[in-house]
Each structure stands twice: as C-alpha cells, then as structure tokens.
Design a protein around this ligand. Structure first.
Ligand SMILES: CC(C)(COP(=O)(O)OP(=O)(O)OC[C@H]1O[C@@H](n2cnc3c(N)ncnc32)[C@H](O)[C@@H]1OP(=O)(O)O)[C@@H](O)C(=O)NCCC(=O)NCCS
Length: 171
C-alpha cells in the first residue's frame, strides 16, 4: 500500500534510511550517513532532499501491517507543463518481490488518472540496472538516454528516461 506519511513516521523512516544507507547512497542524492529526523520531517512535509520548492508528493510504501518497506513520490512537479518525476527506494529486505514495480504502477495511475498531471517521468543513471528494470516492468515507455542528466555525488551520470502519459494504456 501507499500512504501519506505523518510526523510519527519520522523516527522509523530515519532508522530505515540509516540501515539502508549502503544500498541507497549511490543513487539517492539525499541519502547520508547523517540522515536525521529533521531530514525525515522535511521529506514528510513535501520537501524531498531538503529542497524548498513545494508541491512534492511523498508517500510511504507499507505492508499490510503498516511496516515500512520504502518510499515513492512525485517531485520536480512542473505545473506549466503538467509534468512530474517519479522516484522510489526500498529497504534492502523488501527488494526482489515486485514491491517497487507495483508501487510505481499505483502512483503513476493515480497521478495521471485525475488529469492534473499529463506526463510522469522516471529517470535513472544508466548504471542503475535494478531501477531501469522497475520502470520497464511497470510499463513505462522508454525514451532514450539523456546525457549527464543526473548528478550523483560529484559526478554527472547519463540517464535512461522513461515516461507514462495520461490516456496511455499501462497494463
Ligand atoms: C530500485 C529498487 C527499488 C528496485 O528494487 P527491486 O526489488 O529490484 O524492484 P521490485 O520491487 O520491482 O522487484 C523486482 C524483483 O522482484 C522479482 N519479483 C518477484 N515477484 C514479483 C512480482 N510479483 N512482480 C514483479 N517482480 C517480482 C522480479 O523478478 C525482480 O527481481 P530481479 O530484478 O532479480 O529480476 C531497489 O534496488 C532500490 O531501492 N535501490 C536503491 C534506490 C534506487 O536506486 N532508487 C531508484 C533511483 S532512480
């Protein structure tokens, strides 16, 4: 399930990010060994990575017992062009079961179904194979490689770019 995070999620989220740091650090620019409850609160309030723009949509991925499996969200929401970027991460223990693929389908369907967003993009470093497979399995359309599109640490990575469109069959 996907659900909106609340302030009480800050502590488990901080613990999960801390425990998953080695798994996240190459791909999530905000991941840090010093990730704090304040960082978690900022994300919960829709300020992914501590950025100041508003309107980001943060969601937790939880199991049926409300245990945290990971997170997913929409960011870089461009209201001029009705476009948003979808990102995700899982705790290492939650990988290998299709959770990210299912969560991606759910959020893309939700974002596009009310027509507020026309295009949902997913981009990942060309070196991030697990993430590329999530976009493919979720049914996103492959668009090509965007050169030096993502900054990870002190290096710019070429990125695979995928998209979902409103009115496009996704199943
Ligand atoms: C990217 C990331 C979320 C992918 O996790 P994942 O577990 O591989 O992805 P899914 O949850 O969709 O699971 C897919 C795997 O489960 C398997 N699987 C099992 N049951 C499945 C089902 N019902 N449906 C789909 N896949 C299933 C698939 O075969 C696949 O395994 P494989 O890659 O060995 O073939 C994870 O590696 C991660 O958190 N990485 C760090 C953060 C990151 O890179 N985020 C993306 C930044 S762009």
């Amino acid at each position: 399930m996907l659900r909106t995070p609340v302030p009480a999620d800050a502590a488990p989220l901080t613990a999960a990010v801390g425990a998953a740091y080695e798994h996240l650090r190459h791909w999530m620019v905000w991941a840090s060994p010093h990730y704090s409850q304040e960082d978690a609160i900022q994300w919960i309030e829709g300020k992914i990575g501590g950025r100041t723009e508003t309107g980001d949509v943060p969601l937790l991925i939880v199991d049926t017992d409300d245990q945290l499996l990971g997170a997913i969200g929409l960011h870089a929401i461009d209201r001029l062009n009705d476009r948003a970027t979808l990102g995700y991460w899982l705790r290492p223990e939650a990988t290998g079961a299709g959770v990210a693929t299912k969560a991606t389908r759910l959020l893309a369907d939700y974002a596009l179904s009310n027509r507020a967003i026309h295009r949902v993009e997913i981009t990942m470093s060309v070196e991030n194979e697990p993430s590329r497979r999530v976009a493919e399995r979720a049914g996103a359309t492959y668009e090509g490689v965007a050169v030096e599109y993502l900054k990870h640490g002190d290096r710019f990575h070429d990125a695979h770019r995928f998209y979902f469109l409103a009115n496009q069959s996704r199943h």
